[in-house]
Design a protein around this ligand. Structure first.
Ligand code: SAM
Length: 309
């Protein structure tokens, strides 16, 4: 069942490499320990976090168009499945599905989610895979069943353009792939974007700072959480919201036996969330070798679900 188990050693190595680089940065995949996954679920319920409810509304209202691209007996394979909340709309509304494969890096959270899904969908073959989707993934053998990818939550937007294109091309090369349902966030006014990543209740701040708690616990670090603050900024040139952890003073932090120096105001760049236009999305999909069956958006054009085949 387990493809790649994420070891503490990998985290310490990645942290040392990222924190000794200039500028300092870490991959957002490290946000997702069990507490990080819980915090992300809370983010999806915040009033400022329009992407989750908007994508859900598109999946609900356009289910017929989605169903038309899902062959009989298909297996739904989801990347970055998290709590599989929106997926339940597809599992409920696509009776032609024979199986569901949630893939996520957050192992304990994934296995707990899978056991809940097994109880709720006893007739569906549910096969969780713990893996890092940044590396090639070996899928279970589905005996030639058509594979439909599901990549919601604008998680592809966390990658830079090259990484996103390479991943789209890898999904295109999966054996027996029939379609890909890809959810991506669209460009919109900066106030809306920044609020979505810096909510009034401070849940996104807690999510970002939890990375330091994780480094303290799993990578032998001694971050003082009160000496860092969460920051979310729109980078217009790169068309993305960036999350950072800003050092509030000059300080030294120990991690995996090394000392890392921070100047006051220096940041650790922890996440990019790229935003797209429907045109860019179509162009990227086409360049990665996918045909476009449709780009489904909400009436306010906040979010897009692309049906690729
Ligand atoms: C933005 S959340 C989206 C969750 C869910 N799909 C949704 O739409 O609400 C990203 C999810 O992808 C997972 N994830 C992030 N980076 C990953 C990676 N490199 N490999 C596998 N899973 C990853 C996280 O654990 C998390 O569940």
């Amino acid at each position: 069942m387990t493809d790649t188990t994420i070891e503490a050693r990998d985290l310490a190595e990645a942290a040392l490499a990222g924190l000794t680089a200039q500028p300092k940065g870490l991959s957002p995949k490290w946000f997702y320990d069990a507490h990080g996954s819980d915090l992300f679920e809370r983010i999806t319920q915040l009033p400022e976090y329009y992407p989750a409810r908007t994508e859900r509304a598109i999946l609900e209202t356009r289910l017929d168009e989605i169903a038309a691209e899902v062959p009989d007996g298909a297996v739904l394979v989801e990347l970055g499945s998290g709590a599989s909340v929106k997926t339940r709309l597809l599992l409920d509304g696509l009776p032609q599905l024979a199986g569901y494969v949630p893939i996520d890096i957050s192992e304990a959270f994934l296995l707990q989610t899978a056991s809940r899904l097994r109880a709720d969908y006893p007739d569906l073959a549910i096969t969780p895979v713990v893996a890092d989707f940044m590396a090639p993934i070996t899928l279970p053998d589905f005996g030639g069943r058509p594979v439909v990818g599901f990549f919601p939550g604008s998680t592809l937007g966390n990658l830079d353009r090259r990484g996103a294109m390479e991943l789209l091309a890898r999904l295109r090369a999966w054996p027996d792939h029939a379609a890909l349902i890809l959810g991506l966030d669209l460009v919109k006014p900066v106030e809306v974007l920044e609020a979505a990543y810096d909510d009034a209740q401070g849940v996104t701040a807690a999510f970002n700072l939890n990375l330091l708690t994780r480094l303290n616990r799993e990578a032998g670090a001694d971050f003082d959480l009160s000496a860092f603050r969460h920051k979310a900024v729109w980078n217009d040139e790169a068309q993305r919201v960036e999350m950072h952890l800003e050092s509030l003073r000059a300080q030294r932090v120990r991690i995996a036996g090394e000392t890392i120096n921070f100047t006051a105001g220096e940041t650790i760049h922890t996440e990019n969330s790229h935003k797209f236009s429907p045109e860019t999305l179509s162009m990227m999909a086409a360049r990665a070798g996918w045909g476009i069956a449709g780009i489904l958006t909400d009436p306010d054009e906040l979010f897009a679900v692309a049906m690729l085949k």
